[in-house]
Design a protein around this ligand. Structure first.
Ligand code: G4P
Length: 524
């Protein structure tokens, strides 16, 4: 198969949701349809949410699972599907944001009763920032929930997205009868199926047909009116507008009951983009270019404390990645080759000889990689779009065992490379501050420093509101550094960071230093 057809048959995407909306269930059902698993319940979800936050053994167990479920590849209808798993727990949102950098599109799952939830908003914001095409799946139609029109309004308002329903629910909860597929113009009737099996839904092609009345009884005419309204209220579906993330197709169903999942998958394969061009610091890279390029979006440390090796997950962006071939690590300026790159098919890891744009390969790493690192066939480029976000919780990290300061520094360094959290160093006293998006990370860091590096650490509260990166006028920056020296820090790369104590102090410096830019993500 040519490079072109290999690229065109790939769909690499992530499923995202607020916890409990049904992301894991939908992932599992897609794997079931794709034949990648044979029974429901086989996907051990990568979620820490239901456990006590301090249950470290559970965290370790989950870390193990998350290697296995990081990427789930399978073939369906001649299409190579790669589902990127994202952690469900909100404290790991930063991990999810990074994984989204490797996705060519996303499916957002929304609970019909709960509608748009806080985590949905945050995740969609990140997708919009990168212009990632989005499909929405409204789940749990077998339960009572919000009215479909109301829900679509909510999505438009809260997420600022333009929606286009491609399926429409007929009733819900006890009265859920099925969905009308506006994309294929077919009616699919719901029957509560055995959750383990996949059954072809019944199908009616013509809305005007008496069969429609036969199945829907009294509600047939109401449904016809509603569908007419849907066709007039919402814009026509155009694939190009979806790919440009100007319009969001919406599907309804019940993942748990296998309902609406096949339609979603079939339509997804038809409309979702194959790998798209990617931005670098120098130029855009088309996946169709002959020369290989890729970037690291995730690093997973070995669970065994005796082996400090890690797996770096690389998204292939162009050309063909080959085993045992020298590639340039553009940040280090050195050539590396990989003898056992692994691919993830149907939850199994296997060594591969080649991989194509859209694919994810796992590479054994002994400390060469950081999140965002680029590999190429020689060109000195750096892929963009993998920023760190301004953290929300800050703590000073102190060494609790003076004999182990080397181990502590090494541990902190490596955990930061993995992207577990962000490190800032206060300029006036050199104290180290860890910044995260969730409280759980602090426990993970302390635990891993102890168990993997033999270092004992202790935290002291760091009362900051935000860290932002600063660029702009040299003179103003110099002045800020003198006047606000207590609020100045550097990030891991030595860049200037302002640690604001409150929204008010941030607003004040922004007003007083008009020639400076304050960035809330590390890429600007
Ligand atoms: P998440 O990954 O987004 O966090 O959600 P997950 O799939 O784990 O689903 C959360 C809960 O919602 C699960 O129930 C799951 O069975 C249920 N669920 C998912 N899809 C549907 C659906 O279409 N209809 C209904 N009624 N429920 C659905 P749980 O009791 O929390 O977990 P479990 O014990 O069933 O695993």
């Amino acid at each position: 198969m040519s490079l072109k057809s290999e690229i065109e048959r790939r769909r690499t995407f992530a499923i995202i949701s607020h916890p409990d909306a049904g992301k894991t269930t939908l992932t599992e059902k897609l794997l079931l349809f794709g034949g990648a698993i044979h029974i429901a319940g086989a996907v051990k979800s990568n979620k820490i949410k239901k456990t006590a936050t301090s249950d470290f053994m559970e965290i370790e167990r989950q870390r193990g699972i998350s290697v296995a479920t990081s990427v789930m590849g399978f073939d369906y209808r001649d299409v190579k599907i790669n589902i990127l798993d994202t952690p469900g727990h909100k404290d790991f949102a930063e991990d999810t944001y990074r994984t989204l950098s490797a996705a060519d599109s996303v499916i957002v799952v929304i609970d019909v009763a709960k509608g748009v939830e806080p985590q949905t908003e945050k995740l969609v914001e990140v997708c919009k920032m990168r212009k990632t095409p989005i499909i929405v799946f409204i789940n749990k139609l077998d339960r009572e929930g919000k009215d479909a029109f109301e829900l679509l309004d909510e999505i438009e308002q809260k997420l600022d997205l333009k929606v286009k329903p491609l399926s429409w629910p007929i009733g819900m909860g006890h009265n859920f009868k099925g969905v009308y597929n506006l994309f294929e113009k077919k009616l699919f009737l719901y029957s509560k199926l055995d959750k383990q099996t996949i059954e072809e839904p019944k199908e009616i092609k013509d809305l005007a047909s008496p069969e429609f009345d036969k199945f829907l009884g009294n509600s047939a005419n109401k449904m016809r009116e509603e569908l007419e309204l849907v066709e007039t209220v919402y814009p026509k579906f155009e694939k190009g507008r979806y790919i440009n993330s100007e319009i969001v197709p919406v599907f309804f169903g019940s993942a748990l009951n296998n309902f609406g999942v096949k339609e979603l998958l079939d339509c997804f394969l038809d409309i979702a983009p194959s790998p798209l061009p990617r931005h670098t610091d120098i130029r855009d890279i088309s996946p169709y270019e002959d020369r290989f390029t890729g970037f690291v979006f995730k690093i997973h440390a070995n669970m065994d404390p005796n082996h400090r090796d890690r797996i770096a997950f690389i998204k292939i962006c162009s050309g063909i990645f080959k085993r045992n071939t020298n590639y340039l690590h553009t940040r280090l300026g050195k050539n590396l080759k990989f003898s056992s790159p692994t691919a993830f098919m149907a939850q199994k890891k296997s060594v591969i000889d080649e991989a194509y744009p859209g694919d994810i390969v796992g590479i054994h790493d002994t400390g060469n990689f950081k999140i965002g690192d680029t590999l190429s066939e020689g060109e000195k480029i750096q892929f963009k779009g993998i920023p760190s976000f301004s953290p929300e919780i800050f703590k000073y990290i102190e060494n609790a065992d003076p004999m182990k300061s080397k181990q502590l520094n090494k541990g902190i360094d490596q955990l930061m490379d993995e992207g577990v959290a962000q490190l800032f160093t206060r300029s006036f006293n050199g104290r180290k501050i860890i910044g995260t998006v969730g409280a759980l990370q602090f426990e993970v860091i302390e635990y891993r420093l102890k168990h993997e590096y033999g270092a004992t650490s202790r935290y002291e509260s760091g009362d900051f509101y935000k860290a932002c990166w600063i660029t702009g006028d040299v003179k103003e920056l110099k002045e800020l550094k003198i006047k606000k020296y207590r609020a100045m820090a550097t990030d891991k790369h030595g860049r200037d960071v302002y640690l604001a104590e409150s929204p008010y102090s941030l607003q004040m410096v922004q007003e007083n230093y008009k020639k400076l830019q304050f960035h809330f993500k590390s890429e600007f």
